[in-house]
Design a protein around this ligand. Structure first.
Ligand SMILES: Cc1cc2nc3c(=O)[nH]c(=O)nc-3n(C[C@H](O)[C@H](O)[C@H](O)COP(=O)(O)OP(=O)(O)OC[C@H]3O[C@@H](n4cnc5c(N)ncnc54)[C@H](O)[C@@H]3O)c2cc1C
Length: 238
């Protein structure tokens, strides 16, 4: 059984006009243990029925030995949690959550190249994994993050990921914009990008995170490229 924890919101920052970063401090622990890629499930006061109150959010920071977690959450119009988290909660409010849990994590030994494909806040678990490898100097092969969103103004964690790419020869960062007309990088959806770059994929492992349409299409296209099923791992947000 998972334990329920009490936490307090200690900081909220607008990452874009529709996405916020929330920092929560776990009040009943000095240190919160988790593996990069895992998520927590919050019990939010948004419904009378318990199960309808639960919402899961990936942890966006790397494990760092503290009791602070960062979440990166997008506002979905009309969504119960979205309305609550974007219009009601404020710094100092308490949140109850269970976890961290989840199996969307990297192997202990990173023996293969990894391609991390996401859209929107699907970048959250990948940010945790990337910083975990970088900060803890974990042995790894090539790491390629492919991030898709609509417009340039929606790119999440852009500055730090661009900086990381400059500092770290094994890390590659590609942004794909589906609606931005004036963009020198890749335009359209994420799919043609990995199709073009990874026709030769051998033991490359593909990790996918985001919403149903993107995940379904990516799984289908990767399989069509001949990627083995066990080399496709995904986390579905909804
Ligand atoms: C393992 C996991 C990890 C996740 N991690 C993250 C994360 O890191 N970041 C993140 O942003 N999300 C994440 N999610 C998604 C998150 O859990 C929620 O599903 C998301 O925040 C939407 O919840 P909601 O209550 O706002 O929407 P819900 O109320 O659940 O509604 C879902 C959809 O229905 C629509 N809808 C609902 N009510 C109405 C209405 N009255 N009228 C019109 N449309 C309506 C909403 O627009 C929305 O698209 C994760 C999900 C899982 C399973």
């Amino acid at each position: 059984m998972w334990t329920w924890h009490k936490s307090k919101i200690i900081k909220i920052v607008d990452e874009t006009s529709t996405t916020k970063r929330f920092w929560i401090e776990v009040s009943d622990l000095e240190k919160i243990e988790f593996r990069a890629g895992q998520f927590i499930t919050m019990d939010l006061p948004i419904h009378k029925k318990r199960l309808k109150r639960w919402r899961s959010y990936s942890i966006a920071n790397a494990p760092d030995g503290t009791n602070i977690l960062e979440l990166c959450i997008v506002y979905l119009e009309g969504g119960l949690a979205s309305e609550y988290l974007f219009k009601e909660v404020k710094v100092g409010d308490e949140l109850t959550f269970k976890g961290p849990t989840g199996v969307f994590t990297l192997p202990q030994e990173l023996e293969n190249d990894i391609v991390l494909i996401c859209t929107g806040t699907g970048v959250a678990p990948f940010r945790s994994m990337i910083w975990d490898i970088f900060e803890h100097k974990k042995a790894h092969q090539k790491i390629h993050l492919i991030f898709g969103t609509r417009y340039e103004k929606n790119i999440l964690y852009r500055k730090e990921l661009e900086e990381l790419e400059k500092q770290w020869p094994d890390f590659y960062y590609t942004v794909v914009l589906s609606r931005e007309r004036d963009w020198a990088g890749y335009q359209g959806y994420v799919h043609p990008v990995y199709e073009k770059l990874y026709q030769k994929h051998e033991q490359t492992k593909f990790y996918l995170c985001g919403w149903q349409n993107m995940i379904d299409e990516a799984k289908e296209r990767l399989l069509a490229m001949g990627v083995e099923k066990e080399n496709i791992v995904y986390e579905l947000y909804g």
